[in-house]
Design a protein around this ligand. Sequence first.
Ligand code: FAD
Ligand code: SF4
Length: 479
Amino acid sequence: VRGERRQAILDKPPRVGAKKVAADNRKQHFDEIYRPLAECDAEYESERCLYCAQKAWCNWTCPLHNAIPDFIRLVKEGNIIEAAELCHQSSSLPEICGRVCPQDRLCEGACTLKNEGGSVAIGNLERYITDTALAMGWRPTISEMTPRKERVAVIGAGPAGLGCADILARAGVHVDVYDRHPEIGGLLTFGIPPFKLDKHLLAVRREIFSGMGIHFHLNQEVGRDLAFNDLVENYDAVFLGVGTYGLMAAGLEGEDAPGVIQALPFLIASTREVMGLEVSAEYPLTEIKGKRVVVLGGGDTAMDCLRTAVRRGAASVTCAYRRDEMSMPGSKKEVINAREEGVNFEFNVQPQRIQRNRKGQVSAVGMIRTKMGEPGPDGRRRPQPVAGSEFELQADVLIMAFGFQPHDTPWLRGYGIKRDRWGNIATGGKGRGTTQTGHEKIFAGGDVVTGADLVVTAMVAGRQAATEMLTLFRQQEGL
Ligand code: FAD
Ligand code: SF4
């Protein structure tokens, strides 16, 4: 019967994913570019699924191990509320994962139908289920929870901190979440641009989490507005989900020239303006209109900068990447989107120095062409400069998007918290693979432990930390 069903699916037209707003239109604003999946398309996609029983690869490759075939089946049966409830059993932010997870590398990349009509549109369905259920007035509730006596402080309201707070609140623990920003979400709010993720979703999530009893203390920076030691002393456990915010310098001559800016402050300033928040001295808004913008880097952050510059009215926007297109580390989907929006790509080029004009501002980047050489220790082929191929790329604004490294947290010193060789927080205090640090009460997860990674992996770590804290509390109770 399964073979017949499979053949019937293969005979159908291919995958119907969410439609995009046309590039000429979407370049004019910061609204999300993907439209919600239409009800008929959600039904169609749910009917294409094979509901692979024993080895659903989508479920295995999802870092949260979402019950994908089961929630897709519920869509087919028209049971959206039950599907939303199922999504929330394994994920704290399904509508957000549905939008920003690189599904082509995770669940959809492993779907049995990938080469047979196209993977089921899992991300679009996840978004469809949660958006529809929330619009119907459904809210995740924890009405049957028994309050516990323990109190936990979560530092950082990014996906790691929110994942941790979600599980703890559901178990009846009192949770206080502290964040230095005026809204929850971490990089979901102040990093990922609004055309990938509508910021209103985080405001809705704050309302939902607050309704579950989670206490948010925003505009509160630990180490500045409140002492870390007070948290360690006054709570039963502390979770560190503070992300990784150290900026990477390229080490180029002229890097300090006005007009040379870093990716993340540029994106934060842009998003703050879109959200109607006041422009702060920490995140000044760089004028882009009519300028020639060059972005150095080829990852997702670079794509976000390029597409933000397009929307801010740049005269031209160019991505300069030192390897070839095949070697780009980010999502292929985002490269396609950037290209559609008019971004130029210069592959196999390496910056050598930054040129200034008479006023001392950046005017061009001195480049050299590269060819792909032998693989380095990380397995990736290394770019090698081609002698005599130097040229200049004109630029009025140069954005450095080389990634992130751990930022300084002097307030964490003196607690026995170790760092790995990259400077990330080392965990494994309770055993390999655990989230406890060298201090029994202090747990950590997300980018601060793994280095810059993904929303979903940060959420997994936060949820894991909460589970480990609960085990610790139960053990202490039994003593
Ligand atoms: P964060 O999201 O960084 O949250 C940490 C929080 O801690 C922040 O809110 C910060 O304000 C707070 N904090 C830090 N120090 C303190 C302190 N002392 N006191 C109080 N609060 C503090 N991933 C994807 O899966 N898909 C994408 O499309 C994607 N796009 C990205 C685009 C950009 C531009 C960037 C930079 C990253 C992107 N990522 C993407 C990666 C993803 O956003 C991160 O991996 C994820 O947000 C990490 O979660 P986190 O909770 O560990 O840290
Ligand atoms: Fe199988 Fe793909 Fe459906 Fe997952 S989404 S159950 S892999 S057909």
